[in-house]
Write a protein that binds this ligand. Sequence first.
Ligand code: GLC
Length: 542
Amino acid sequence: MYQVYVRSFLDSTGDGIGDLAGVRAGLPYLKKLGVDGIWLSPFYPSPQHDHGYDVADYCDVDPVFGDLAEFDRLVTGARRLGIKVLLDIVPNHCSSEHPWFCEALAAAPGSAARARFHFAEGRGPHGEEPPNNWHAMFGGPAWTRVTEPDGSPGQWYLHMFTPEQPDLNWRNPEVGAHFDHVLRFWLDRGVDGFRIDVAAGLFKHPELPDSPDPEADARTRDSVNPLAWNQPEVHDVWRHWRSVCEEYTARDGQERLLVGEVSVPTAREHALYVRPDELHQAFFFDLLGAPWDADQFRKVISEAMQDIAGTGSTVTWVLNNHDQVRTVTRYGDHGTEGSGLGTARARAAALLMLALPGAAYLYQGEELGLAEVLDLPDEVLTDPIFRRTGSRARIRDGCRVPLPWSGHASPFGFSADAVDVKPWLPQPDWFAEHATDRALADTSSFWHLYRDGLQLRHSLPQLGEGTLRWLESAPGVLSFARGDGLVCAVNFGTAPVPAPVSGAPLLASGSCPAGLLPGSTAAWWISDDTSHNTDDSMGLSR
Ligand code: GLC
């Protein structure tokens, strides 16, 4: 599956912002790459305080991105090419400009309109302190005080992200009913499923008690406050959404897919989200979070195989998305422009991911080997994290810069035929080397590696779903067998090691002289020799 960050994919109107017609124009490119489907980042009407993750209307298209008719054309075009379409649905919070929130602000404390959110009286003699000590994920308190309609200082409302993203109260049945309507609205328009934002969110501890470590979420930029996330009630929602999907499947025989953004402390808890009657898939982020180290990768993969795949469900792998520093930069010694060690490792990691049992999600630009754009000037940054913390640490603009398609100067074909357009984030000159026209013409490019890997995933029965058997390997090397005779090995070190299979690899992330696996390289082989020694030191032969 391929994540399309709509605002940065392809701009059909020349306003410097990608749009749905641009996505439609890019479908043949995605077909050629060999993806099964796309996940579209939010394109709904939104004041864009968090690039569409602040939804003001769940059943429409923001004019910046097109309209419903254009959306329908995109779905039709994708279907014609056999590409599935997933939408990004944001149920944990809406925009402060959503009609519900406007109504809540205009209504009195205790009203039905306020009961759709978490409004509470403040603490302190005059209610001047927030109702509890929680901090928001993007910095600052998780509560904002409102002014009551009569002008007096009033209640507080909860927002786990920015104040422009009030959290919905899922203990109020009206909220669930609204999202039922939203799901059906889009399923009726022909979508194949949803990527669910913050899927371990929705419910908070019913008492909203103080947290012993209130800044943990902001510090880790992960949903770790056990009072605010991962409450047991959320599983009922996913069971219900699954039943809605099944209802549509029963009608037309077409599968619908729910994939959750699930950030929970352990693989075991993660597995609960992908039980047979819940989500079909949930991103397992531990691989993305692992440093370039064979032991750490092995630990993450082993845990996933044991605790998630071992319970009969599937693991969904991801190395990049619109919230994370791109792999090329993450695996480099320092920020690079996409050359050297980080690039070699990112290529190897891609082959590793595509060889693992389960599903794989790619993020646009990953197939072009884009590095993070690290030198964006402060004045162009749009990430609310920067706005709220004043710090550039882990801001996300650098992985969201519009894609380069062709040519030697910005906008690199991003804005259709227009040349004097400024994309919404400036593209660096070095994007030229990664433009899709160059990537397609160069058989040694990242693009060809992904294309070849995806083709083999389609044609080789050993890949995709199935099991994994670790093979004995030298320190710093991971080697495993898939099904009958496919071997994947990754050398995390820098010096060459003997290859686990003597013949030429089927596919390799770098050049592989006979019998050797160079440093920072991964390769796949088909081997008739089944005598490879299994390494069961993790107790994991499956
Ligand atoms: C998810 C999205 C992220 C967004 C946040 C709040 O983590 O991936 O981009 O900022 O939710 O909706």
